[in-house]
Write a protein that binds this ligand. Structure first.
Ligand code: G4P
Length: 535
């Protein structure tokens, strides 16, 4: 057990998140350079799906293929094992990102200093807030003519609804950018544009009033001191507990492209970021130090090799020790499985692992036994909670061209939705697919045809939201059943769902059925499934 505790203390598992183009991929790569995991810039391919038109589907698949190996990376820095989970940049895969966030213990949020807080940044932060995930903010692209630091900090506090505490402070911006003062360590680094090499040493001065620093910075030194006094006055002392509770975000400034401010970020990250945390289950909270192994699947990547219908289930280890070739218990299927080829990932490479510890993410080859949210344990009967399903935004009815292929369609759509590619809503024989982006429909249509032999098309529907309806008695939804039965569907877990065609219709349904609850997100593992169908 002591060796497991040592492994736990030595790990940090986090994700980098941002609005597309803020610099997530660049920062990821620079962190890997600092960690010595890669030797040259350019080794990590962007996880972004750049093109989104129909004819590009194969290109999308190719890019998804690249992203699987980059989606989990681990490296060591100053003796700490760091697991970095990459998230898809494309907004159509936002749901994938939300799920990945359930598997990390903290995040680094990248913001472009020119653009400030963008739409996707706000959405991601809302997801972090659901689990009080500790957030460090990295304000990137200081070599560009960006907005004033104070203005950016105000915007972060206001739009992201989190208090901030700058731990570094820039001198100048864009063309007049001179460098960054590290408030946490009282050191100053001069900015040098440098896209390839990494410099591990920073010039250190004795505080911001060091005469040598004054001489080098000239007029800017006076301004820096004034601003630091102001910053310390406004933001007060940095309290690590507030950061760990998810109430306060430390902020760093830099330029990922120029390897600037990245080392300070990483040094502070390994000092303050939380190690592997416990997780809530249907039978109470499981600490990472819990004796037995447990973990949950948060992502499934399919189609690695279309000939073999290969899938990898990504599992976050939550407690105990995972071992290769040992039998573990698949709670939902009530069956034991052992894994001969569990993998860990690094940039473009996969490697076989013998064991894994809390905080680690491993890839398990799967022939269709896993669904997102599944729990593996050492015989214990509990399911991990906290993997939410959100209401999709686009809905289409799935229609089959050849009626003799309905079995293939059934199997295909069940498997694809188990992977979390889209959600399925059922009303008698009707199948409605809901997604957050257009791209998924292309992916589904292509994969149903190529992997399952089912040629389908999608019919546009006007629904705007899917709301899960919770009720105690059938009478609570009597009005809904009477007037809106054509809007009522079931999801794959047999949960009742109201498909709203407009905000007006949704509000009217809520008013007329005041005892029912209408939810925009649901955690399937927490709720007892309503087995008895009401429509
Ligand atoms: P993302 O993963 O968040 O979508 O962003 P990514 O790292 O791909 O960066 C988006 C663009 O911003 C890239 O330029 C990248 O080079 C640039 N960038 C990242 N960090 C900095 C920075 O500190 N300063 C400046 N000036 N630019 C930065 P691109 O032209 O879109 O792509 P590429 O051709 O350089 O790959």
């Amino acid at each position: 057990m002591t060796s497991i505790i040592k492994q736990i203390q030595n790990r940090k598992t986090f994700a980098i998140i941002s609005h597309p183009d803020a610099g997530k991929t660049t920062l990821t790569e620079k962190l890997l350079l600092f960690g010595g995991a890669i030797q040259v810039a350019g080794a990590v391919k962007s996880n972004k799906i750049r093109k989104t038109t129909t004819s590009d589907f194969l290109e999308i698949e190719k890019q998804r293929g690249i992203s699987v190996t980059t989606s989990v990376m681990n490296f060591e820095y100053n003796g700490v094992k760091i697991n970095l989970l990459d998230t898809p940049g494309h907004k159509d895969f936002a749901e994938d990102t939300y799920r990945t966030l359930t598997a990390v213990d903290s995040v680094i949020l990248v913001i472009d200093c020119v653009k400030g807080v963008e739409e996707q940044t706000e959405k991601l932060m809302n997801v972090c807030r659901m689990r009080n995930t500790p957030v460090i903010v990295f304000i990137n692209k200081l070599d560009r003519e960006g907005r004033y630091p104070v203005e950016l900090l105000d915007e972060i506090e206001h739009k992201l609804k989190i208090k901030v505490r700058p731990l570094s402070w820039p001198v100048g911006i864009g063309i007049s950018f001179r460098g960054v003062y590290n408030i946490f360590q009282n050191s100053f680094s001069f900015f040098r544009a440098n896209k390839q090499k990494i410099e591990k040493d920073v010039e250190t001065f004795k505080g911001s009033t060091d005469p040598q620093l004054k001489e080098l910075l000239g007029e800017d030194a006076i301004k820096l001191n004034e601003e630091l006094n102001l910053v310390n006055g406004i933001y007060g002392d940095f309290k690590i507990e507030d950061y760990l509770k998810g109430n306060l975000a430390p902020v760093f400034f830099g330029s990922a492209l120029n390897n600037f401010g990245v080392k300070e970020l990483l040094d502070t990250f390994i000092k303050i970021a939380p190690g592997p945390q416990g997780r809530e289950t249907t039978k109470g909270f499981i600490e990472p130090t819990h004796n037995n192994f447990s973990g949950f699947v948060f992502k499934i990547h399919a189609n690695l090799d279309p000939k073999h219908r290969d899938r990898i289930a990504f599992l976050r280890v939550c407690s105990g020790k995972f071992e290769r070739n040992k039998f573990f218990y698949h709670v939902r299927l009530n069956r034991e499985f052992k894994f001969a080829n569990p993998a860990s990932f690094m940039a473009q490479d996969k490697s076989l692992i013998e064991e894994a510890y809390p905080g680690d993410v491993i890839g398990l080859y799967d022939s269709g036994n896993f669904k997102i949210g599944d729990t593996l344990s050492e015989g214990e009967q509990f399911m991990f909670k906290g993997i939410p399903t959100f209401s999709p935004e686009i809905f289409r009815e799935l229609q089959l061209f050849d009626p003799f292929k309905s079995k293939q369609l059934e199997k295909g759509i069940m498997q694809l939705t188990d992977e979390g590619l889209a959600q399925l809503f059922i009303q008698n024989n009707r199948k409605v697919v809901g997604t957050v982006g257009e791209l998924q429909f292309e992916v589904i249509q292509y994969r149903l045809l190529n992997e399952y032999g089912a040629d389908c098309r999608f019919r546009h529907l006007n629904y705007i939201k899917a709301c899960w309806v919770k009720f105690d008695n059938k009478e609570d939804i009597a009005e809904l059943q009477r007037l809106r039965s054509h809007n009522l569907f079931y999801d794959k877990h047999d949960e009742l769902v109201f498909m709203a065609e407009s905000e007006y219709q949704l509000n009217a349904a809520k008013e007329k059925n005041p005892k029912a609850k209408f939810l925009f997100s649901i955690e399937h593992n927490t709720e007892t499934v309503q087995m008895e169908k009401v429509v």
